[in-house]
Structures are given as structure tokens and as C-alpha cells.
Design a protein around this ligand. Sequence first.
Ligand code: A2P
Length: 356
Amino acid sequence: MLAESGLRRQFLQIIMSNKATESRSSSAKHLAIVGATGAVGIEMLRVLERRNFPVASLRLLASPRSAGKKLLFRGEELTVEPLTEKSFEGIEIALFSAGGGISKEYAPHAVKAGAIVVDNSSAFRMDPKVPLIVPEINAADAASHSGILANPNCTTAITLMAIHPLHQVFALKRIIASSYQAVSGTGAMAIEELRKQVEAIASEKPVNREVYPHQIAFNVLPHVDSFLEDGYTREEMKMQNEGRRILDLPSLTASVTCVRVPVYRAHSVAVTAEFEKPVSLEKAREAINAAPGIRLHDDPANAVYPMPIECSGEDDCRIGRLRLDCALPNALTFWVCGDQLLKGAALNAVQIAELL
Ligand code: A2P
């Protein structure tokens, strides 16, 4: 299914438009956000507002620690409630972003109450009954859900946003990549840890750490998620495992090194992608320019390339440093950046909810 008809592409471009569509006519939904106070949960609120998602009511759920806290949605103060098994009565769509354990425990209660769950954790991503969706790539798979849909890993989603248009033209075979992942991917506590460490170092005070195994300020950690027996981390294997499902490419292989960097927001990935067919830069640029959700930002002579600082807060991912790989035939090497709280999490989840 490499060729995509012009009509389907047009349709995708319309539904994937990152501008809020006033003409959206579906009836308003009763929504819940599980993990509403977290780094991704807060972004979910903002994305629902920004995209004019038709919300009839919104229930904000978090741990008992946050019960009673107020968050603003469309100018109205909503009170955060503690998550319980009964939290989903009357809810039609529940967006989960409170970690895998909470998803495993509470998503079944949400489904039982009649809600459709869009889960941002890794709890269900490899479950064959749960569609794993990047709407720009495999929106049609969403139709086969039986109550739960999964949002992919953030680094995988951002990388595939760049790879998918190229795959359609050249047929992807293999990925070799290194990621540069922002601390907000770990959550709100990691943002705070980086801020405090920078302050401590600037004022020559001792550096404390709780979230990461080493100091993250002015350092890079080649360690994201836990290590597997073969030496890769769980995060690193997501590109291959989830990529196979999203691209419907069971033979895809991906060798990835994931690195945590002292950046607050937006992940970057240096990617070499090998294809079945001969590649050309002209066709690659054409494919990127025609694809929704990814923008070519590539004029190295004028120091124009994607950077996390510019991609933060942006819905679109950016690709640059696009070149023919000098070591592998039929391969392209490039740099892709995207706001992982948006395309890798909140935006992608809301886009899935829009498909519903
Ligand atoms: P809380 O803020 O009350 O701890 P992050 O990824 O930024 O750390 O956010 C995690 C989110 O998951 C937060 O909203 C957090 O709520 C929520 N959360 C953590 N533990 C639980 C729990 N046991 N029940 C419900 N929500 C939880």
C-alpha cells in the first residue's frame, strides 16, 4: 500500500490540518483526561481548546494529591478529581496519560463504562487488538478498535512523521537513528529537576538528583527507559516494534540509541533510513512538502535546520539536514525535530479522538 491516491492525500491533509476547523460538525462529547495535571495532560487541555474540539463536558482526573486543584479550560475553572473506578460514568472519550500502570488498571473500567480510551502509555501498544495510530499515517486502522486505541512512543511518532512520506516513494527497509530527547518526556518532575540543577550549578551549590541516575544539567545520558538483556533499552526498541505496526511493515528493522539531553521540550532524532528503491533528494523533498504535519526546514548554508527551541509549541514536526547517505546505498540521512508533548503525545491523542 505504498501508493496513496490523490483523493486520499487531499482528505488526509484536510483532516490533519493543524488549524482548528470551525466547520467540524460532530456532536459534542463528554471527555475525561486521566493525568490532567501532568506535563502531557496539561497539553491535552490546551490542544482541545486550540483545535475547538467539540467538548460537552470535561472531567479532569489525577492522583489524590491533586484533588481539588483548579485548571482552566476555555476560561472556566475545572476542579481536578481523584481517579477512581467510578470516574468514567457518562464519559464517551477518555484520554489517558498517567503512566502504564494506571492505564492497565483503569482503562478497562473506562471501557466497561462505555468510554473509548485513547492511551498515551506503552501499556497496550503491542496488543494486536489495540490499534496504534499516527493519524497522518494509518488513520484507517482506528476503525478496528474495540474500546482502546494507543498513542505511539513520542520519538517513534516524530521519526515516522519524517519517514512515512519517504517510505511511500522509496519503500523503507531499515532505520539507524540516535535520539536527543527532552526532559519533559520524563514528566513534570524531570523539568523541575533540570531547572533546579541549572540554578544550583549557576550559584555554585550542590546538585541534587531524584529522577535521573546522573546529573542531567550540562550532561547527556545515553539511557532512556530500562535496559534489556541485549543491551538496547526498551525505549530504543519501540522504533522497530511500534514502527512495524504503524507502517504495516513486519520486516522493518531499527537500530536506535536514545539519549536524554538537557533540553526542556521537543525531541530531535538523527536518522539514517535505508530504502528498497534508489533514492533522490528531489523526490524526497517533494514527498515531504506534500505530506501533512511535517515541514522541510533545510537551508544549512544559512544555518537553517530544525532545532528543539523552535519546534517547542509547534504542531508540525520539522525535517532538515536532508542528504544522500555517504556510507549506505539507497539511504537518506536527516535530522527531524518535533514537540514530543504535542505530536508525540497530546496532539496525536486529540487527533485520534477527532477520528472517532
Ligand atoms: P498528580 O499530579 O496528582 O501526581 P507526569 O508524567 O508529568 O509526571 O504526570 C503524571 C500524571 O499522572 C499526573 O497528572 C499525575 O497526577 C498522574 N498520576 C500519577 N499517579 C496517579 C495515580 N495513582 N492516580 C491517578 N493519576 C496519577
